[in-house]
Design a protein around this ligand. Sequence first.
Ligand code: MN
Length: 336
Amino acid sequence: MKIATEEAFTTPELVKGWNALLNAGAPAEPGLPLLAGVYQNLDIERSSEVATNLADLGAGRIAHMDEAGVDMQVIFITAPGVQVFDADTGCGLAENANDILAEAVNNHPTRFAGLAAIAPQAPQRAAQELERSVGLGLKGAVVNSHTKGQYLDAPEFWPILEAAESLDVPIYIHPRESAPAMLTPFAERHLEKAMWGFQTETGLHALRMIVSGVFDKFPKLQIGLGHLGEGIPFWLDRQDRFYLRYRQAPDTYPHFKAEHVPSKYFLENFFVTTSGHNWDPALRFVEEVIGEDRLLFAVDYPYENCVQQTEQAGAVTVKNPDKFYHLNAKKFFKLD
Ligand code: MN
């Protein structure tokens, strides 16, 4: 059995909202116009292949899954989700997307599982929406990295983390383009998206949560990261060493509040999926670092080709294929 665990969708209402924001000049979202190419692809009226596949929560999606031998997808709204809107608009679009996704899951319970969209710009409502969505059968939440340049380590967002921990569901931190404060040097060479910026943005998000002590406050919280852990596994050894060194000067490093070294949290509070990185040497390395119990198969459909990514993953000898392809997904997302 194969479960793909970072798979994207969109709704007509979201596409309409993104386009309206772009037409208004995307105030306070300097990264959004740089995704214009992506948004044109998302424009279902243009009927591009990616747009069609994103909008399809039925037969078309299942046909692609069947072609690749993918039994089930864990699906969530594509970046930047609802985080670019004002709080009210974001909350409304999240509720709408969650209703649509829950209905699709209900119609195809053996093929689809889903994570809820939430709007962190309204933390209490986001926490309530997570709870409502879990009641509808969704299995956690997705946060498309920064929310107007803010990250989940900020205490204002902690109601969301508290809700996830108490509901015992994961939060998947998915990439989006670089935050406004670091956008320019990336954008000058078109590196703000999948070439490099997605990974630095999302890895930064995870590390901010780790060093600031979020997981001392919420020790049971589980965070999903795609793209083989957004680079962090490659860095853990050096990060641990320098964290210990820097922490000896708390006056200089007052934001290093975590009790333990980064690797402790990364190995206990995170799971990692392979979305778009089903590449033999990288996958084997990450398995060596994080172990076979926290590594999950993913495609990143429809941005990656389902057949190509599945075949590429199949060429890698993972230690425990059952855990990699389905048992770990069932554990972290509590799939039936
Ligand atoms: Mn993705």
